[in-house]
Design a protein around this ligand. Structure first.
Ligand code: LMR
Length: 329
């Protein structure tokens, strides 16, 4: 036998040279906080299927949804320590480590769905992924969920003034904090899976998230108003533990790269529909009051939030920002 130390602090994987091929399965633990029926979870499952198929079963990706292994902050520690091999946090949640990722949270940055795909898979995405390569982590891919909406149980949110005095749950993120500062909203970075409870008991008055998250975590049950604002993007950075990756045989790495490419394509093709379906289900299941932001309202939100761009220019860099601006043309 030869032993091949893939997971420094987890377990050794033993290759049995006397039998044909490599018999022992390589296990990849993939943890995330969202529910099963969401763009991230379904893409992770797709990746798991493709990884198994392309490696003839030598790789098994075990997925752990709903934060059952780790909550938002814990999963970032867990991947650094090699306790899980993959996570796909909201890009905003790792902006303290990778400040360039703030670009993805800029308000009203993506004028169309096509521009999201272009940003995530084109030059911008490549630069961002490069920035997430560290001594412990590899940025594997960028996935999309969709545009965020806002909900509240303290009146409808149509004008920037309506935010005044609200108390919002937010996911961690530098741009997100600044955005709500400008709107005079108090914020709390409550873990995703505690959001429902805090909305229900009134500790907070509102939150922002995508329709698939609002639906799958039932936030609509404990909120009176929702504005379809599409004001910000929720994207994910898929991260892999670097020691683990470097210990994988080259043919396995190749197959996993292919699996990730296909899974990412699938994600970009399906995320929009999943969010549309979530909206229909919310409408069916609840009487939450839904308002679609008008063009004039959107303009006043943009005006209010515009200072974020200037503030983050030194953090994100002029070059990336001008690439982002070119998506508008
Ligand atoms: C949140 O914390 O609201 C989101 O980042 C959850 C997710 O991963 O979509």
């Amino acid at each position: 036998y030869t032993t091949f130390n893939l997971l420094s602090n987890d377990k050794d994987i033993v290759y049995d040279d006397e039998q044909e091929g490599l018999n022992d399965q390589i296990i990849i633990k993939f943890s995330y906080v969202v529910a099963e029926n969401t763009p991230k979870a379904l893409t992770a499952q797709k990746f798991a299927e493709l990884a198994q198929e392309k490696t003839n079963g030598r790789v098994k990706v075990e997925v752990f949804p709903n934060g059952i292994l780790y909550s938002d902050e814990e999963e970032i520690e867990a991947i650094k320590n090699g306790n899980v091999q993959m996570i796909a946090p909201a890009s905003s949640k790792v902006t303290s480590i990778f400040p360039e990722l703030n670009l993805l949270d800029l308000p009203f940055a993506f004028p169309t769905y096509e521009s999201i795909d272009e940003a995530l898979t084109g030059e911008i995405g490549k630069s961002l992924l490069k920035a997430t390569n560290t001594d412990r982590l590899i940025g594997f891919s960028l996935w999309n969920n969709g545009f965020k909406q806002v909900t509240s149980n303290r009146g409808s949110l149509t004008q920037p003034e309506d935010f005044q005095g609200q108390y919002f749950r937010v996911m961690p993120g530098d741009v997100i904090e600044k955005q709500f500062d400008l709107l005079n909203v108090q914020t709390s970075q409550i873990p995703f899976n505690l959001t429902y409870l805090n909305l229900e008991n009134g500790t907070i008055t509102g939150q922002e998230n995508t329709l698939s998250n609002i639906y799958s975590k039932k936030f609509y049950e404990v909120q009176d108003h929702m504005t379809i604002s599409n004001h910000g993007l929720l994207s994910y950075v898929v991260l892999m533990n670097k020691d683990f990756w470097n210990g994988l045989p080259q043919d396995i790495q190749k197959s996993l790269n292919e699996a990730m490419e296909e899974a990412t394509d699938w994600n970009l093709q399906n995320a929009l529909t999943m969010n549309k379906n979530a909206l229909e289900k919310i409408k069916k299941k609840s009487d939450i009051h839904i308002h679609e932001l008008t063009r004039e309202e959107k303009e006043s939100w943009m005006k209010e939030l515009n200072p974020v761009y200037e503030q983050f220019e030194p953090v994100i860099g002029k070059e990336l920002l001008s690439k982002l601006q070119s998506l508008r043309k």
